[in-house]
Design a protein. Structure first.
Length: 38
């Protein structure tokens, strides 16, 4: 049970990290699009 909880926590952390990275990437993409439109 303890190992499963640790794995679950690690998986959640990984998901949170990937979500944050995706948000940053999408923000950069939007900024680049806006800059190109000018």
């Amino acid at each position: 049970p303890k190992l499963a909880q640790m794995v679950d926590k690690a998986a959640k952390r990984r998901i949170i990290k990937s979500n944050a990275a995706n948000r940053i990437k999408s923000r950069f993409a939007l900024a680049i699009r806006k800059a190109r439109q000018k």
